[in-house]
Design a protein around this ligand. Structure first.
Ligand code: 9MR
Length: 459
């Protein structure tokens, strides 16, 4: 039953020679039995095998037995999404998210966080926001939720499904996208600041091969890496039908070659003649790409799946292993490349820097106050512009940056220059501020934050 696996052995030995953590297991590889569970067999090559789980099903003993026996990673199917964790603005509820977390951690499993920002499953209050208010609410959401789970999440889907289907390779229209094209990088920066140890992923579907959509995402990741935007991984949901694109593995590989981990994050495959084979193909593709660190199936039994009638999972409704299960287990036991041991860059914990502001608006001027969310080497700045005793129609805030620092993006304002003293000018929708009223804009930058009080000019 245990095939001889010379390829895996030699790869593990070379990992040992390189001093990788996996070296500890090398001595037993030659005589190892094939592991008999998905998690254990994935762990032989340094990977995880996980499932999306639902808090409401944890009382089902068949479900929980399979979960704790077979899987060494869990993802909350719904419980960590925006509508679940912040049902009212600023009021956070973590009860069900924490149940998933604790189920995973108490079982020695990794926990994938899913998902901080997404155009779907937003709470009603967020759906009705736009512009600065939505941007600030979104960044606050990322910061609060990632802070709550700080140090406990293996990888976060920071942004989910932000690209359009079809041939454009462009971003999907959404309320988040309309806050400015930089919303994704702002979210990643905020997530890094809040939980420096979590791997930060972009996650999407219909990316199961080299196509226009996956290429759009590829270009974004390449851009992020070149500009130092903190991204560590890309999730490929892999909700598959009865076939699989011949470039599935090559697509994973091209992303890995950008210097990010790749993960199969929501695997389910329509039942049909090819289901077991395709499960094996996906598993082998991950094993063949060294930076493919794990696979998650989107549910446990067919009856737990969101795809009613497709029977797309590894266990039938009674909890029996299907042919697809055996196909995956055999592929895992045949071994593969070994993922490098990578951790997010070490960063110093965020500090709360002093808030700097210009004097309170005297008469008809304006004032600007900044608060910073910093990390080692960068920050996100939120600036509040307050009108004095008269309404203003247009404003400019000048920010003096320390030498070496630069602005890398702004929202709800347009900036002139990126270094030295940078001027941020109001945009159409936040130009008018009533007497005593305020509006907000933001920017992110490298280096330390503003070096002096901000100067606000009305008009
Ligand atoms: O499986 C989830 C289902 O229970 C929810 O009703 C649905 C709501 O949109 O989300 C499902 O999970 C989705 C995941 O969060 C993102 N990728 C697509 C998944 C299937 O729709």
């Amino acid at each position: 039953m245990n095939p001889r696996i010379p390829r895996r052995r030699s790869l593990l030995l070379s990992a040992a020679a390189a001093g990788a953590v996996i070296a500890a297991s090398v001595a037993v590889v030659g005589t190892a039995e094939a592991a008999s569970t998905l998690g254990a067999s994935a762990a032989q090559s340094g990977r995880y095998f996980g499932a999306a789980i639902a808090a409401g099903r944890l009382g089902d003993s068949t479900y929980t037995r399979i979960l704790t026996t077979e899987f060494n990673s869990v993802t909350a199917e719904n419980e960590m999404k925006w509508d679940a964790t912040e049902p009212q603005q600023g009021r956070f509820t973590y009860t069900n998210g924490d149940r998933i977390l604790n189920q995973g951690l108490s079982n020695g499993a990794k926990v994938r966080g899913h998902a901080l920002l997404w155009h779907a499953q937003q709470p009603g209050w967020a759906q009705s926001l736009s512009g600065t208010a939505l941007r600030n609410a979104a960044i606050n959401h990322v910061t609060q939720v990632a802070t709550h789970y700080r140090g406990k999440i293996y990888a976060w889907d920071v942004v989910n499904e932000a690209f359009a289907d079809g041939g454009s390779g462009a971003r999907r229209d959404s309320n988040l996208q309309r806050t400015g094209n930089d919303w994704i990088e702002a979210a990643f920066r905020a997530a890094r600041a809040a939980d420096p140890a979590a791997k930060l992923c972009y996650n999407d579907y219909n990316t199961d091969g080299i196509n226009a959509k996956s290429t759009g995402i590829y270009n974004m990741v390449r851009d992020f890496k070149s500009r130092g935007v903190p991204i560590d991984c890309v999730g490929f949901q892999s909700h598959l039908g009865t076939g699989i694109d011949s470039t599935y593995q090559a697509n994973l590989k091209r992303f890995a070659d950008l210097g990010v981990d790749v993960q199969i994050t929501e695997l389910d495959i329509e039942q049909g003649g090819n289901q077991a084979n395709i499960y094996g193909t996906v598993t082998r593709a991950c094993l063949a790409v060294s930076r493919c660190t794990g696979i998650t199936v989107w549910g446990i039994r067919d009856t737990d799946s969101w795809r009613t009638g497709a029977n797309p999972l590894l266990f039938d409704g009674s909890g029996n292993k299907k042919a697809a299960y055996t196909s995956v287990l055999n592929a895992l036991n045949a071994g593969g490349t070994t993922p490098p041991v990578t951790t997010p860059p070490v960063t110093t914990p965020p500090v709360t820097p002093p808030t700097t502001s210009s004097p309170p608006p005297a008469g008809s001027g304006c004032a600007a106050t900044v608060s910073l969310n910093t990390w080692n080497g960068g920050y996100v700045a939120s600036v509040r512009v307050t009108a004095g005793s008269a309404a203003i129609n247009g404003w400019t805030v000048r920010v003096a940056l320390p030498s070496g620092g630069a602005v890398t993006g702004a929202w709800s304002a347009t900036n002139t220059g990126t270094t030295g003293t940078v001027a941020f000018r109001s945009v159409d929708y936040n130009r008018q501020v009533p007497a005593g009223g305020s509006t907000e804009f933001g920017f992110q930058g490298t280096g330390a934050g503003p070096a002096a009080a901000l100067v606000c000019t009305a008009g």
